[in-house]
Design a protein around this ligand. Structure first.
Ligand SMILES: NC(=O)C1=CN([C@@H]2O[C@H](COP(=O)(O)OP(=O)(O)OC[C@H]3O[C@@H](n4cnc5c(N)ncnc54)[C@H](O)[C@@H]3O)[C@@H](O)[C@H]2O)C=CC1
Ligand SMILES: O=C(O)C(=O)COP(=O)(O)O
Length: 546
């Protein structure tokens, strides 16, 4: 089946070409007219992936119940127009293209700063009206001025580098970078934003939009800046409090502002936009041919790589996995998932308090977080059904108050690679350990304290019993007379002495009914019987299509 990719914002032709030329992808473009929320919900019902820019907002309401949608790709940086927790809860991977538009955005920031300092916008408008107003448009020189850069990520650092070239002094604030790194870029790093603000004759913000950065520059902070300071925002509307900025510009404390982004786009509240010393552009930071080609091609490659090769690149709500890494992980993801559903069925999904996964030998060098998510999606599959997958498993486990921890040891034990999962429930602790033979065949080699060697697929009849002669024959006879074929049988006993507690795992070709289970259970030496249903060997896993 073709993977359907919906595009709802303008992407460069080069990016669309990547999707059009992929024979495994069906491209659906819905950019004009802009879709309503209802139309977007409807289109998404038939989409495996969506590629957007800042023009499409994917709220919880839009994402709710979108069972076909597997991936959202943002052709650009900011993902604040996507409800990430809602996407994660739905099991949808969100990815972006972090670097393609950095330089263009930094250049736009510099352009805005220079245009503001020299009144380029109003001077040009005045000349268009036939005027020659040399005196009123006297500007301010930038060389020698101090600029404060808040957010020293990709764009912030690129802006700082360019400001150095303009012979400006740069002070910076970003709690997440080291002063060594800042110094490499000629930035004097402050650990306290309020201490830095009085130094800033110009201030530019380059953080992502988070609850911490919302209104980061408010009235109180603007008051700490020197009188006549200027403010630039080419990051996200709302990092600077728009109302407070309008007040500060009107009062003359802030001499001017240059804004590319707004709380609401296009802005409905126009007080700020209409102020003569406020320069505005309609979110143009990334709008160059070069940046748009880079982000659109990358976004298209990301969505194709994900849908056709399970590659996870630049994910915002999941660890990244390259196509080659994924190749080596598939069997492990499968193994962890199967241990998860095995234990889920043994606990009936009830009363699970916590789980602990141990990775031994080769397994320890794999992407264990992903494996733990895969295990968790199996473990919670009874409770949550198809809704759970590798993307949302950790979040949903956490929401249900089930801590799932992991521990790794590169030391191999009896097997070169092994995953052992331990689940604690209200009733006690259950354990299952799996390995793979020849990197191919998945095996259950540990159940509670019993060592054994059972297939980890299909229908499994598990019975606990006292290790006495004749029992295997008896169970075999019951199954035989009910026409149930045995594919494989494994026994594990507590000690090497006969007569102790044992467990048997029989892989069957069909599922026995309750009457068969009751007949086996009626034997005085059998203490418990359960049927566990795992996917058949090599069956595809949910959404990963492994
Ligand atoms: N106007 C436009 O068209 C464009 C806007 N952007 C926006 O620019 C911003 C920066 O983008 P990038 O540099 O690519 O992102 P980035 O992720 O590389 O950098 C963000 C930086 O902000 C810092 N930060 C986070 N919280 C902070 C806080 N409370 N205080 C100070 N610093 C904090 C982080 O440590 C990080 O270094 C984003 O909001 C992005 O959406 C990006 C591209 C185009
Ligand atoms: O990449 C970003 O964060 C941007 O803000 C660019 O937005 P756009 O793709 O031009 O709508």
């Amino acid at each position: 089946m073709l993977h359907r990719v919906l595009v709802t914002d303008n992407l460069s032709a080069a990016g669309l070409k990547v999707l059009e030329e992929n024979p495994e992808i069906e491209l659906v473009i819905k950019t004009d007219p802009k879709l309503s929320v209802e139309q977007l919900r409807e289109e998404l019902q038939d989409a495996d992936g969506i590629v957007i820019r800042s023009g499409t907002t994917l709220t919880e309401e839009v994402l709710e119940g979108q069972s076909r949608l597997k991936a959202i790709v943002r052709a650009g940086v900011g993902v604040d127009n996507i409800d990430i927790p809602a996407a994660t809860r739905q099991g949808i991977v969100v990815m972006n293209t972090p670097a393609g538009n950095t330089i263009s955005t930094a250049e736009h920031t510099i352009a805005m700063m220079m245009a503001m300092a020299r009144n380029i916008g109003p001077a040009s408008a005045s000349m268009r009206e036939g005027k020659w107003e040399k005196k009123i448009f006297t500007g301010t020189q930038l060389a020698g001025k101090t600029i404060g850069v808040i957010g020293l990520g990709r764009v912030g650092l690129a802006v700082a580098q360019r400001c150095l070239g303009l012979e400006m002094r740069i002070v910076g604030y970003d709690p997440f970078i080291s002063s060594e790194r800042a110094n490499e870029f000629g930035i004097e790093l402050y650990r306290d934003l309020d201490e830095m603000l009085p130094k800033c004759e110009l201030l530019t913000v380059h953080t992502t939009m988070t609850p911490e950065t919302k209104n980061l520059i408010n009235a109180e902070r603007m008051a700490k800046m020197p009188k006549g300071a200027r403010i630039i925002n080419c990051a996200r509307g709302g990092i600077i409090d728009e109302d407070a900025l309008a007040d500060a510009v009107e009062s003359g404390h802030i001499a001017g502002a240059a804004l590319d982004v707004f709380l609401q786009e296009p802005p409905k509240e126009t007080r700020l936009v209409k102020l003569p010393s406020v320069l505005t552009t309609p979110h143009l930071g990334a709008s160059t041919d070069e940046a748009q080609e880079l982000v659109a091609v990358e976004a298209s490659e990301i969505i194709s790589g994900f849908l056709t090769r399970n590659e996870v690149r630049h994910a915002v709500n999941m660890a990244p996995v390259s196509a080659s890494e994924m190749g080596g992980m598939k069997k492990y993801i499968d193994l962890a998932y199967r241990l998860g559903i095995l234990l889920a069925q043994q606990t009936h999904g009830e009363g699970i308090r916590s789980a602990e996964i141990h990775y031994r030998g080769e397994a320890a060098s794999k992407h264990t977080r992903l494996l733990t998510s895969s295990f968790s999606s199996g473990l919670l599959s009874i409770a949550l059904g198809d809704r759970i997958n590798i993307v949302n498993a950790s979040m949903l486990a956490e929401e249900r108050g089930i801590p799932i921890s992991e521990e790794t040891s590169k030391k191999a034990g009896d097997f070169s690679t092994m995953i052992v999962a331990e689940v604690t429930t209200d009733q006690g602790t259950l354990r299952a350990g799996g390995t793979m033979f020849g990197h191919e065949y998945l095996r259950l080699v540990l159940m509670d304290d019993y060592q054994l060697d059972a297939y980890l697929d299909g229908t499994m009849l598990i019975y606990r019993h006292r290790d006495v002669p004749g029992l295997i024959g008896l169970v075999g006879t019951v199954l035989g007379k009910n026409n149930i074929n045995i594919a494989h049988m494994a026994l594990g006993r507590e000690t090497n002495q006969p007569g102790g507690d044992s467990v048997a795992v029989i892989n069957l070709d069909s599922k026995p009914g309750q009457d068969v289970i009751d007949e086996i259970l009626s034997n005085k030496d059998v203490t418990a019987v359960e049927i566990v249903q795992l996917p058949v060997a090599g069956a595809p896993l949910p959404w990963l299509g492994l």
